[in-house]
Design a protein around this ligand. Sequence first.
Ligand code: IVH
Length: 669
Amino acid sequence: MDVDSSIVKKVEKLCTEIDEHNHRYYVQDQPSIADAEYDRLLRQLEQLEATHPELIVATSPTQRVGAKPDNGFAEVSHELPMLSLGNAFEDEEVREFHARVVNRLEIEQIEYAVEPKLDGLAISLLYEGGKLIRGATRGDGYTGEDVTLNVRAIRSVPLQLRTSTPPPRIEIRGEVVMPKAGFDALNRNQTDIGGKLYVNPRNAAAGSLRQLDPAISATRPLEFYAYSAGITEGVDLPPTHSGVLDYFESLGLRVTQNRSVVIGAEALIKAYEVMGESRDSLSYEIDGIVYKVNLITLQERLGFVSRAPRWALARKFPAQEEMTIVESIDVQVGRTGAITPVARLKPVFVGGVTVSNATLHNHTEIQRLDVRVGDTVIVRRAGDVIPEVVSVVIDQRNTNSQPYDFPTLCPVCESDIVYEDQGIIGRCSGGLFCQAQVKESIKHFVSRKAMDIEGLGSKVVDVLVDDGLIKNAGDIFSITHEQFAALDRMAEKSAQNLIDSIEKSKRTTLPRFLFGLGIPQIGETTAGQLANSFGDLESIRLATEEDLQAVPDIGPIVAKNVSEFFAQKHNQEVIEKLLEAGITWPDVEVAEQDGELSGKTIVLTGTFSSLGRTEAKEKLAALGAKVTSSVSKKTDLVIAGSEPGSKVDKAEKLGVLVVGEVELLEYLS
Ligand code: IVH
């Protein structure tokens, strides 16, 4: 008996509707319905399909996760081999690449498409009549594995292309990646269930895709980004690579948003630098940038050499992880006495710089890693993050090595080390008796974001304290030219410069001064809020813990820190001495408590034509706003000037309101 045509229609309609929501959610990152509503639609479809199994089609959204195949993965031979890319690590190699292209083509102006080099695994998707019929890994480039069932479980892979005129046959190639957040969540979950931890998102993506049971692949947060066409039949693709990617996007595939088209070698180099800056803000890992000659006819004229195209190049970021040897382990004492163990390393080039120290965070971390002197370790330096030891290469350990013994006494003042925070953080109990803490607090006071005393670097502070010339920040302003000039290796000229910059630093701002005092947990932003809420130092000094808690972001612990700080006799003396030395700041207008921006978290990005970013920041803060540097769910507003960069993309993704300079000026007026 034929199924009632209204039911057939209903099933078709549900399939289309759910596909549309999948597309919005997994490809465009812009869901338009609540999860519960989506689940309701899916359940409705499942129920209809259960009662009418003859209506189930392979492209139905209910059919993403299939059963485990019996004989593992079948082999797939690629009709067009999946090639690799030539690599470059230096600007000069990029210029040489461009010169080769220009010479071969005898064309001066070459347009290139540039896009991130995604750090995942290459996959080929074959669509016939708009339907996904096969997914395969790259393998050795000629033969890969059939992972159709696994790629079907990736929600950003359309089972059916979103077009009424699908190409009869098209192979779409791209990268399967695991987003950073998904990777962290996966590893947390693996820890909970005692499963295997993945070393990086690339391995996790590969391991997840090559699960024999597609039901497991389906639980892994994988995404597919299309980056090139393989075989095609019966379709004329757009004439440029960038156009092909736009076409893929129109078919419902995901392509990276960080792509552009540029002309000439210097623009390629610039694009690499820009990509490097946005690297940390991308949701997935990239290991470089890919340049592709944009016109397909020119690509064809250039052809291939051995296994890589002459028309493309991967400019790779410097490796972020390298192996080296731990020569010794020291502990450092910070401004508040926190003890940080540091591995002294055989110098190694990693993340673009030579690294000879890496943090081991705390004694619990040393125990977890079991790092020992003489060990071969993997060191990681990603972006601006402090280099750290990621793991020990146990196979290369000396048989006679000994576990590291964490000291019980401060290496500088020999006071006891006490353990806080459930024993994780060791702290020297010496306080101002500890020279290390004295030095660090002075270094903090003179640092760029505090009093900004140029030339008074770490080494000079060490000498001044060691020679007994200063005991605290209050003493800096009474050092004489002669005393500076008498220091070892201090030229007459530098001594004068120091005197000048110390003098100059006396005209500061209240937030800088407060920040420089080094009150525990008072960073730049909170210092600004304190200043804006109270207006002057005296009021902050006299504020009760309750008054302090009225300041945005100040909770009971920070309030206690502030009031304890000002209650200490020693701190009062230092502040007195500083004020007597002539430190001054302009009056602070007390922020409006109920203005439009009061309590709002704002991020500034790009350049403004009518005022500098620091000035904008200060003015917004005076209106009671909290200006932070990175966009998150907590951001209320992003104000973008020209050339704003990735923060705007992120804001749009998170649905945070973005306005421009005109609105900024309106707020400020
Ligand atoms: S195009 C013939 N574009 O890099 C050109 N590849 O070494 C083929 N990759 O196996 C590749 N991001 O997995 C291309 N935007 C991108 C890429 C990319 C990552 C990977 C790809 C390939 C390897 C080449």
